[in-house]
Design a protein around this ligand. Sequence first.
Ligand SMILES: Cc1cc2nc3c(=O)[nH]c(=O)nc-3n(C[C@H](O)[C@H](O)[C@H](O)COP(=O)(O)OP(=O)(O)OC[C@H]3O[C@@H](n4cnc5c(N)ncnc54)[C@H](O)[C@@H]3O)c2cc1C
Length: 309
Amino acid sequence: MAVLKKMLLWGSENQWLKYHVPNYRFMQKAVKRFMPGEKLEDALREAQAFNTKKISSIFTYLGENITDLSEAESVTKHYLEVLDKISEKNLPTEISLKLTQIGLDLSVERTFENFKSIVQKSHDQKNQVWIDMEGSAYTDLTIDFYRRIKLSYENVGLCLQAYLYRTDADISNLLELFPKIRLVKGAYKEPPAIAFKRKKDVDQNFFKLAKKLLKASQQGGIRAAFATHDIKLITKIENFAKEMNLSRENLEFQMLFGIKTAEQTRLSDEGYKLAVLIAYGDAWFPWYMRRLAERPANLTFVLKNLFTS
Ligand SMILES: Cc1cc2nc3c(=O)[nH]c(=O)nc-3n(C[C@H](O)[C@H](O)[C@H](O)COP(=O)(O)OP(=O)(O)OC[C@H]3O[C@@H](n4cnc5c(N)ncnc54)[C@H](O)[C@@H]3O)c2cc1C
């Protein structure tokens, strides 16, 4: 399984596969399990449905490592339109984006300007923007970027990855900013020199960091969201929050569209704060390969679609 995971993560970074594989119909059909469609309208439709179940949502327009700044401008423009649509429809929907999708590989300053326009509009609409965390080559840049934008804007959150050894120290250093942090396990191919490799160790570190964030958030001003589908871990966090006398509406979980839907319903029905991240757009290949790597058994869906197409 570890070899398969490695191969899938390698595939997620392969340029040839990225341009060719999405053309296959069976892949287009298989990816539908994790995204309602490629259009913004598809995401809006699902967000409305979640809203009727008191589940909020987060939109991600798929794309990363763009190679032309004009592309970064059009992604920025797209997110500004998305914020308008969310506001028009009065949806409890935030947005989450990758800095390399708005130019980080090309110009930090242009990326900052692009991001600032998104976060300003979101601020005007009383909304929030999340910054995704990408591979470790971007960790320092992304955290520095977050520190800089957080000086001027409250409404911005950052994703941090529990598989990295450094994350404990990163959280300690960021606490002075009263951050909004989404904790995840981490989805990229990282070497053992910087990241826990065994699931057991990643899970243990996730729980340790979750406790640290919950304790810090008790002092106020900090938002912590636990983005995982790991039911054992969720239960441990629920129990810890109970011991802290933290009310359910103050404990926030986030999950991906199409994964552990029964658990999504349970958390929401029991009064926890839950947001489902809905991804859309046609640049889904690297993102989808990371979803396959998280659970290589997902490949059976791909194969099923191959044989039924
Ligand atoms: C809202 C959200 C935002 C995220 N943002 C980032 C980010 O910015 N940067 C980043 O590196 N990672 C991000 N991730 C991905 C994250 O790092 C993990 O790779 C992913 O959530 C799987 O880990 P897990 O915590 O669910 O635990 P796991 O131990 O991997 O999974 C627990 C169980 O959940 C189910 N499950 C998990 N993944 C899948 C899947 N793909 N398909 C089917 N079942 C599955 C399985 O039943 C599995 O046994 C995000 C995840 C979420 C939910």
